[in-house]
Write a protein that binds this ligand. Structure first.
Ligand code: ATP
Ligand code: MG
Length: 301
């Protein structure tokens, strides 16, 4: 049986019959990689071997809210039946007002936690063309990815996925530099691409790591293509005016926005992740009233 190398993945013919080598008969088998939990933990990320850590517990609260909002779980946390065909609410964008607020941190941690603990199939997409970080954090080399898919609608996205061996998690890297990320996201093929990502696997959550709202136009463009936006706010750092102005822009593009408060110190234990309850009680930035929800957690310090 012959193997055809294409699009960074291995395409495996369905049978050894006369047409076995034809591309349209090929099954795409994504390239596999090992998640180095030790290396991730050294950067403060989720570690599947330490599920009782404060971070794991706090991620659980955010996950529950996310699964409910995307319709994959009901309020009791039970898995909901997903329709076979058609669009689901499974595309989730992570953005923030300013750089460095923890978008990548939250997206990767939620992806790992969902895949490792809940057996939810996750696709993590690096859509931050100016500052892609997902590949480096997983120790992955350069390869084709999102930009290539947007530039060439004939590419099979699954062929560019990098698949973790230990959990149902795939990564779609940022792809090659095109110098025209905004143009590609505004093009007619972008919506088709994201719709195809959603429908290809209705039970799969697609977590998209985006640039900040106030630095580029791309985040707002991406927000138009997704079902849910998780707006990350760095506790005590981002001025309320910056949050309000960025939220205004997000809400113009997408009304389904949740806030995730990051790097929040609560109580004497000094939790360093998000307390969504706390955020609710304290002064919320202007703009919240326009329809943003809060990914509610159970942590109270
Ligand atoms: N809750 C947290 N606990 C510990 N470290 C954190 C936390 N949140 C973020 N960090 C660290 O802060 C730095 C910035 O975070 P991150 O890269 O996720 O921000 P970002 O919003 O994605 O930035 P950019 O806009 O540049 O993409 C990283 O080194 C990250 O590991
Ligand atoms: Mg980032």
């Amino acid at each position: 049986m012959g193997l055809i190398e294409r699009a960074g993945a291995v395409l495996e013919p369905e049978s050894d019959g006369p047409n076995a080598a034809a591309n349209d008969l090929a099954i795409v088998r994504p390239e596999a990689f090992d998640i180095d939990f030790g290396a991730l933990a050294a950067h403060g990320y989720y570690n599947s071997a330490d599920r009782s850590s404060r971070l794991s517990l706090e991620l659980r609260a955010a996950k529950r809210a996310l699964l409910r909002r995307t319709g994959l779980r009901n309020a009791a946390g039970e898995r909901k039946l997903v329709r076979k065909g058609g669009r689901q609410r499974n595309l989730v964008l992570f953005t923030s007002a300013r750089p460095g607020e923890g978008k990548t941190f939250c997206a990767i941690n939620l992806a790992l936690s969902l895949a490792c603990e809940d057996d939810v199939e996750v696709l993590l997409v690096d859509a931050d063309a100016p500052r892609p970080k997902v590949r480096a954090l997983f120790g992955l080399g350069e390869s084709r990815g999102l930009s290539d898919c947007l530039a060439d609608p004939d590419l099979v996205p699954e062929g560019l996925f990098l698949k973790a061996r230990q959990a149902p998690l795939c990564v779609l890297p940022e792809g090659r530099e095109t110098g025209r990320p905004a143009e590609l996201l505004a093009g007619p093929d972008a919506q088709r691409f994201f719709t195809a990502l959603s429908t290809a696997a209705p039970g799969r959550l697609v977590l998209i790591d985006a640039p900040p709202m106030l630095a580029t136009a791309e985040a707002a463009m991406l927000a138009r293509h997704v079902d849910e936006v998780v707006f990350v706010v760095q506790a005590g750092e981002t001025p309320a005016a910056a949050v309000a102005s960025a939220l205004d822009e997000v809400l113009e593009a997408n009304q389904n926005v949740s806030l995730l408060l990051n790097r929040c110190l609560i109580g004497e234990a000094g939790s360093y992740y998000g307390s969504y309850e706390d955020y609710d009680r304290n002064a919320a930035p202007a703009g919240l009233s326009k329809g943003a929800g809060i990914l509610r957690g159970s942590t109270d310090g």
